[in-house]
Design a protein around this ligand. Structure first.
Ligand code: ATP
Length: 514
């Protein structure tokens, strides 16, 4: 059944709750905005995503190591990193709807709409001219397409210039001049633009007077930079090398919405790759490709991913691109790849007075390495996977089954063991099988309801294999395996089942395809 993107998104959010993937935080107290908890199945899926990332980074690269640094850091860290001064979003309110927006998001969405108009013209022409269509020529010469694209570039350039100059009046003027309206009220009655720092503050210490002001880290990267020398010295690493980390980050997002896409507490998987100055662009390009390949390896359609090169660079970067994914609400950033120069290490050197350099025996000099980072949001990845895997499939008999076509290696449960009936020794035999498998795989047991309904429940959880133990199993030592995607069945002896689960659903298979 083909779902509209809006229906899909609604269905995925409802499904996530109904099947124990994602719950609103503190729901019994009516929830906490943009904070979510992962349930019994969600935490398994999330752990599998972490494992896929961690093993591909740390286990498969000889020169990448992993760390786990604290969320609290010395407050000077955030002065050195630029977050105290520059980690701001420009916000603007519509006076009629009282809704608050990020000025940059309003303008980017407006520009994207203009670009889409040009794309529509191109698509129409492609259909009209068929085989003989010269797309590149059409883009350069068709007056309407040229007009749209020139306009989009001009608005963006003007906006980026205003932002980079920190001129908030000019930022607002772009919104006014372009007649950008509030999507809720439809009016152009805007407040001034203000800067808003996204870091959460907290205090450490038992008495108010003697306490220290701290921040909850807004990114995991700084924990890696301040440990750079510790790892380099104790790990005997040689440039180029990487340090990887998975951990929580906190941002007081102005506009938190779209479920777990934009949260105030979320998890990042970041890798900082330390390279010799002058080689950073090569590594930047290499990591862009590597990360795209890692995402595509999950097996979803390649057309769901695209690169977006940044027009406006963050305060620390000399090149940056996003890997965007087509979520149900459109193409949005999933991962950032940034060439961070030596900005962070140089500033930590300056603020701490400690040398953060490596020695190059060839030139007999020390230098501050440059950094290329890859940074993916675990929760966004979770949403990308869940929303794409979700399907409401019409079967030949006309019935509809809800199924999660998760990559099997990511599925919360690899196999469900189902005794055909709740008696005659079948539950005991099913448990024996379960106990022999549970050391290697996350397996589940279910004896409630008719077998068909149990299959459907496992489909909805994304379980790739159901193993039914029946009366014959008591004598032939075999069971029926039923596969989630094809719904095909095959009979296998108990002894052959572990290898089968491994073949279908192990992380090794996914990693070896990389
Ligand atoms: P955005 O432009 O969407 O705010 P960003 O460019 O600020 O994101 P980065 O600082 O590059 O994001 O962080 C790296 C990754 O962390 C992002 O690609 C995203 O996957 C994830 N991420 C950032 N902010 C959030 C958030 N509020 N909730 C969930 N994930 C987030």
């Amino acid at each position: 059944m083909s779902l509209t993107p809006e229906d899909r998104f609604k269905a995925v959010v409802a499904h996530a709750k109904e099947y124990g993937f994602v719950f609103q935080s503190s729901e019994i107290y009516d929830g906490l905005a943009a904070v979510y908890d992962y349930g019994q199945n969600g935490s398994l899926l999330k752990n599998n995503l972490k494992e896929y990332w961690w093993r591909s980074m740390v286990q498969l690269h000889e020169n990448i190591v992993g760390i786990d640094s604290a969320i609290f850091m010395h407050p000077t860290t955030w002065k050195a990193s630029g977050h105290v001064d520059a980690f701001n979003d420009p916000l603007i309110d519509n006076k009629d709807s009282k809704k608050r927006y990020r000025a940059d998001v309003l303008v980017e969405e407006y520009v994207e709409k203009i670009r889409q108009k040009a794309e529509k013209e191109v698509a129409k022409a492609a259909q009209r001219f068929g085989e003989t269509f010269d797309e590149a020529l059409y883009r350069q010469t068709n007056p309407r397409v040229v007009e749209y694209l020139t306009k989009a570039d001009a608005v963006m350039a003007r906006f980026v210039q205003a932002l980079e100059a920190g001129d908030l009046d000019a930022v607002r003027q772009v919104i006014l001049d372009e007649g950008i309206a509030c999507p809720v009220s439809g009016t152009k009655n805007w407040t001034e633009v203000r800067q808003f720092n996204l870091m959460f503050g907290t205090k450490m210490g038992s008495v108010a007077e003697g306490s220290t002001d701290l921040y909850l880290r807004p990114e995991t990267a700084q924990g890696i930079f301040v440990n750079f020398l510790n790892v380099h010295k104790t790990g005997r690493t040689k440039i180029p090398f990487g340090i990887a980390q998975i951990g929580k980050a906190f941002r007081n997002e102005i506009v938190a919405r779209q479920f777990i896409f934009r949260m105030r507490e979320f998890e990042q998987m970041e890798m900082q790759y330390f390279v010799a100055p002058g080689t950073e662009m090569e590594w930047y390009e290499a990591w862009k490709e590597k990360r795209m390949a890692w995402h595509r390896n999950l097996g979803f359609s390649a057309s769901k991913y695209r690169f977006h090169n940044h027009d406006k660079l963050a305060h620390y970067a000399n090149a940056a691109a996003d890997i965007e994914f087509e979520f149900p609400f459109g193409f949005k950033e999933l991962e950032g790849i940034h060439s961070r120069t030596d900005f962070d290490l140089r500033n930590h050197e300056a603020f701490s007075g400690k040398k953060l350099q490596v020695f190059d025996p060839e030139s007999n000099t020390s230098y501050i390495p440059f950094v290329v980072e890859t940074s993916v949001g675990l929760d966004r990845l979770f949403l990308a996977v869940l929303s794409t895997a979700y399907d409401e499939e019409t079967l030949p008999d006309g019935s509809v089954r809800t199924v999660l076509h998760l990559p099997p290696a990511l599925a919360p449960t690899k196999a469900a063991i189902l005794p055909l009936v709740k008696k005659d020794g079948l539950p005991e035999l099913a448990h024996e099988l379960l106990n022999s498998l549970k050391f290697d795989f996350h397996v589940a047991y279910d004896e409630k309801d008719a077998i068909g309904r149990r299959y459907r429940r496992q489909d909805a959880l994304g379980t790739p294999i159901c193993i039914t133990v029946d009366h014959e199993s008591l004598t032939d030592g075999a069971a029926t395996l039923r596969y989630r995607d094809s719904m095909q069945q095959e009979r296998l002896p108990f002894a052959a089942i572990p290898a089968k689960i491994r073949e279908v659903a192990s992380m090794e298979v996914l990693l070896k395809q990389l």
